[in-house]
Design a protein around this ligand. Sequence first.
Ligand code: SAH
Length: 218
Amino acid sequence: MRATDDTYRHKGLRRKLVETVRSKGITDENVLTALENIPRHFFLDSAFDEVAYEDKAFPIEAHQTISQPYTVAYQTQLLEIKKNDKVLEIGTGSAYQAAVLAELGAKVFTIERQKKLFDANKNFLWIKKYHNIKFFYGDGYEGLPTYAPFDKVIITAAAPIVPLKLIQQMKVGGMMVIPFGSGDVQVMKRLIKQADGSVKEEVYDRFSFVPMLQGKKD
Ligand code: SAH
């Protein structure tokens, strides 16, 4: 069961979480405000109510995770979201990252390969307040050619390769933030698409994500 009540206690814990994330080096005030506005405990089973505002990843259905708030803020800050940016997210999971992007005014197109998680978001009433999030059940390696090109792409699972189709679906000048690598630890990269279709690569810190897998799962 999900919690649906956002109490003063939750709001207080959220303010503390924002300060923790800030102290770890996140400087984009819009990103920090988005974190402050979103009741993260709504995205978890009520069993996690006590810990929902710790800066940690937690398990969700289908052996997947809701990312750590710091990681969500880090990837979002790198994306430099502008209002009305078209953003493709790979790995909807709990939809927390999608909500952060939606708070920033992006038009979010998010894909999940696990049917169970896709269905869970269909029944998540609170998330429907974001008319700027569209949910898709599919394989993120394929992207969404019908809705391309995108200003930004964010991958929220560990990618063993740079998915070529996703680069093709980006605008020139567009950016992809991708946790790259197949081992236990990945390196965050930002890829900026050049006019000739190649990408300029920037390398950031190390993180640990669940793997980006091929194909859909029933
Ligand atoms: N953005 C999520 C993080 C979820 S963890 C959040 O905020 O909670 C990563 C998610 O990526 C998992 O739900 C996993 O099922 C999904 N995933 C892995 N490979 C995928 C693929 N090829 N296409 C779409 N989703 C994928």
